[in-house]
Design a protein around this ligand. Structure first.
Ligand code: GLU
Length: 474
């Protein structure tokens, strides 16, 4: 339990879909803010106008909501430090860059792209770290004024100290240090007047009074530059927490090769938000006990920075499936109804009521329903050999199907008992019989409990499928 109220934030760039790793970062930021009685902020970092994707901002907010997380300040609800979209804050960044310029902590740079490319190439050839050569640092105020007045494009760069060690303590990684010798004079304001990520993020984190920055480890190398900016702007540092990267089971960073990576895609596949959150809770944090199932409320209580993993976790889909199954089974049939309806648009309400108790016990995710229950809505094509999979002789299979037809004249009650009587009376092998029936009805050897599912299929379709199977055998 952290003592002081934490103000945390996520700062998504609306450049694409919200990744499952982002959602984990979001969850941990949420938990820290909530457990300490602080605030959780969403800020949109849209300064990279070239990479903007139309609609991405709305989709990001929507998916976070769909996962069941809420925020206290953000672009849609405002807050004491509004606006929460960086392109709506451009005048703020101007004010702060002016401060840095006046103090000589930032400077104008008029170098052309060709010149920058050229020095970069030279440095590469000499195996040096590519860095701006400070050509424009030598300009006099008169020269600068004259260039600006004549309309020359420029950027504003940060002036790095020459040889200073920047140290910070990351909650997960401990002490980290960088020497400013290795750092470039970072561009803070681009030639279009829009700030870069580094500058805008630091100004905003300062103004929005962010106390903890929990983000992906890919931002570690940005941190020393940002720390210097805090210093230049005379602001206290937040606590930095760089979360491990999520690994793909096949190695490397999690990628599309092994399935979805977009947070929304998991919901679209029929994973429950509660199960997703529970899975993400343990994907980078451990409770220090054997407890695996956590409600969001419990997690908020238990979460602590000192139990965040140092080692990158592997995205284990089997474990996610396991969680999802557990969460499905915790729901009542009534609660499951809307999910079944959504994933089985062709089924009517009566069918869904029959299907829920039959499928609930074994269902992994709702997205599996259409495939599993395909036979309810269409004639599934299959090879006649499949009917004889268990070594049943064709004439026996025909006999089985014909006699089974006689049972479907009245109602489905006691069907299991009536089928067992039929099997016994004819001395058929139970396993063979049910395979023939299963394949005839579903067109597959792997199906939901066949007897219980028949009422959802109804008399007419059941008889039709038995006839199709008989045709195949004759
Ligand atoms: N805009 C950055 C992103 O897209 C935010 C990085 C940060 O949290 O500082 O992830």
């Amino acid at each position: 339990m952290s003592s002081l109220p934490a103000r945390t934030r996520i700062a998504p760039s609306p450049t694409g879909e919200y990744h499952i790793g982002h959602m984990r970062t979001c969850l941990y930021n949420y938990a820290l803010a909530r457990q300490s009685g602080g605030q959780f902020i969403i800020r949109i970092e849209d300064t990279d106008q070239k990479r903007l994707v139309i609609g991405a901002q709305d989709r990001i907010l929507k998916v976070i909501k769909n996962y069941g997380l809420s925020w206290d300040e953000g672009p849609d609800i405002g807050g004491p430090y509004a606006p929460y979209v960086q392109t709506q804050r451009l005048d703020i960044y101007q004010k702060y860059i002016k401060k840095l310029l006046d103090q000589g902590l930032a400077y104008y740079c008029f170098c052309s792209q060709e010149r920058l490319d050229h020095i970069r190439d030279q440095q590469k050839k000499l195996k040096q770290i590519p860095k701006y050569d400070r050509h424009c640092l030598k300009l006099t105020p008169q020269e600068i004024k004259q260039k600006i007045d004549s309309g020359q494009p420029y950027v504003i760069r940060m002036k790095m100290p020459d040889n200073e060690t920047i140290r910070f303590t990351d909650s997960i990684r401990g002490q980290i240090s960088f020497n400013t010798r290795d750092l470039d004079d970072q561009v803070l304001i681009k030639s279009n007047g829009i700030p870069t990520y580094h500058f805008a993020a630091v100004v905003d984190d300062i103004l929005m009074k962010v106390t903890h920055v929990l983000r992906g480890e890919e931002w570690i190398s940005s941190t020393p530059k940002q720390i210097l900016l805090y210093k230049y702007l005379d602001a206290p540092l937040p606590q930095f927490v760089h979360l491990t990267v999520i690994l793909d089971p096949r190695g490397g960073k999690m990628s599309k090769r092994s399935g979805s990576v977009a947070a929304q895609a998991f919901l679209d596949e029929g994973y429950l938000p509660e199960a997703m959150l529970n899975f993400l809770m343990l994907l980078g944090w451990n409770p220090g006990t054997d407890q695996e199932l956590f409600t969001l409320e419990e997690f908020v209580k238990e979460f602590s920075l000192d139990r965040l993993h140092k080692k990158s976790p592997v995205f284990d889909r089997k474990k996610l499936d396991y969680f999802n199954g557990l969460y499905i089974r915790q729901k009542s049939d009534e609660e499951l109804f809307p999910y079944f309806k959504k994933f089985l648009p062709a089924a009517n309400d009566e069918q869904i009521k029959i299907l829920i108790p039959v499928l609930k016990e074994r269902l992994v995710k709702f997205g599996d329903l259409p495939q599993t229950l395909n036979f309810l809505f269409t004639d599934v094509d299959y090879d006649s050999e499949l009917l004889l999979k268990k070594g049943t002789k064709p004439e026996i299979a025909i006999d089985m199907l014909e006699k089974t037809k006689t049972l479907f004249t009245d109602n489905f009650s006691d069907l299991q008992a009536r089928l067992m009587n039929l099997i016994q009376a004819n001395n058929w092998n139970v396993g063979e019989y049910f395979m023939v029936l299963r394949v005839a009805i579903c067109g597959s050897a792997f199906t939901p409990p066949i007897v219980e599912i028949l009422p959802a299929l109804g008399f007419d379709k059941t008889l039709h499928k038995l006839d199709v199977a008989l045709d195949k055998l004759k």
